[in-house]
Design a protein around this ligand. Structure first.
Ligand code: XMP
Length: 326
């Protein structure tokens, strides 16, 4: 019988057996998956787990603060925050190809975790117990879509599956790799992870890096971050957070169109809204958002984000579209 309580017991036992008396780090993103994975492993090995939150510069507004507030407060987990903004942006400079971006981001994550693992062992004065394990919140659909499942084509390399180097210095612990999102949410509730985290909409590990179509630069990130914050605020204000699976906001950074504002010509970038409804992200339908909400978002973005002069709505299901544009 599938119950969250049984599942927690089974997964905790398994994690204990896998990790033994070594130390582990968990790649914490602040999202549901990594938070639940961290809570599970914390229950298994206690303070031999350290969570590592990487600020790669591809985060949305307020995200780093939220992790510290919500998750650490609820779990008391040992957390290290690493400012890797410059490292990631430098590595991404000049790159526009989606898979190339994903691979670079995955590689830089791993480098950052390797360095963090060395630092943690030193800082904690625990040289006898090196960090041997990397805990990730990989779910079943991530595995399938990255080509790791049986017979599935590689649709896109999820950053925590497809981008791992061959000489990885950790063994992976992926307690959620056979679960779907709704199961993960139930397991999280059973573990006492706060509802604010468990109910959070998915956000991809590569962050805004795969929502800028074209090269990722600091200036483009800043534009997208402001537009995204407006869209999220208005969806929340309209009480729609529970009705949609997620709503990627995408910047078409290499596209420009002519517009008019006041009595002047503009030549700005389009922003795409991609609201979707889904059960497990394997398939999705575009969400029929109320026109008034769309109008509010569009009006505010074009008024408040000077570089954007057009807002368009993505009305494609998955398939044939994927949820993210890259
Ligand atoms: P796609 O675009 O493949 O997205 O239809 C399916 C779901 O997965 C999320 N996503 C990711 N999550 N790392 C993640 O942790 C990734 O590299 C990644 N790529 C896509 C996406 O937001 C959607 O919920």
């Amino acid at each position: 019988d599938w119950t969250a309580a049984n599942m927690v017991e089974e997964l905790v036992t398994q994690a204990k057996a896998d990790i033994g008396d070594a130390r582990a780090i968990c790649a914490l993103s602040g999202g549901v998956d990594s938070s639940v994975a961290a809570a599970l492993v914390q229950r298994a090995i206690g303070d031999r787990l350290t969570c590592v939150f990487v600020d790669h510069g591809l985060l949305r507004e307020g995200e780093a603060e939220q992790v510290e507030q919500d998750f650490v407060k609820a779990t008391g987990v040992d957390l290290v925050v690493i400012d890797a903004r410059e490292q990631f942006l430098t590595a991404l400079a000049g790159v526009s190809d989606p898979e190339a971006k994903r691979k670079i981001i995955g590689r830089e994550f791993i480098r950052t975790f390797e360095q963090a693992a060395r630092d943690i062992v030193q800082d904690r004065g625990d040289e006898e117990h090196p960090v041997k394990f990397l805990v990730q919140g990989t779910l079943y659909p991530d595995v399938v879509e990255s080509g790791g499942g049986t017979g599935a084509a590689n649709i896109k390399s999820h950053h925590n599956v497809g981008g791992l180097p061959d000489d990885l210095q950790f063994s992976l612990v992926e307690p959620l790799r056979l679960l779907f999102k709704d199961e993960v949410r139930q397991v999280g509730r059973e573990l006492g992870v706060p509802e604010a985290i468990v109910a959070r909409q998915p956000f991809p590990g590569p962050g805004l890096g795969i929502r800028i179509i074209g090269e990722v630069t600091e200036e483009r990130l800043d534009i997208l971050r402001r537009a995204d914050a407006i869209a999220r605020a208005e969806l929340t204000a309209a009480g729609l957070d529970r009705d949609i699976w997620q709503c990627p906001v995408v910047l078409l950074a290499d596209v420009r169109s002519v517009g008019v504002q006041g009595d002047g010509r503009t030549y700005g970038h389009p922003i795409v809204l991609r609201p979707v409804s889904s059960e497990d992200a394997m398939t999705a339908d575009w969400t029929r958002l109320p026109y008034e909400v769309l109008a509010k978002i569009s009006g505010r973005i074009t008024n408040e984000v000077a570089e954007v002069n057009r807002v368009v709505l993505d009305v494609t299901s998955k398939p044939p579209g994927t949820i993210e544009w890259e």
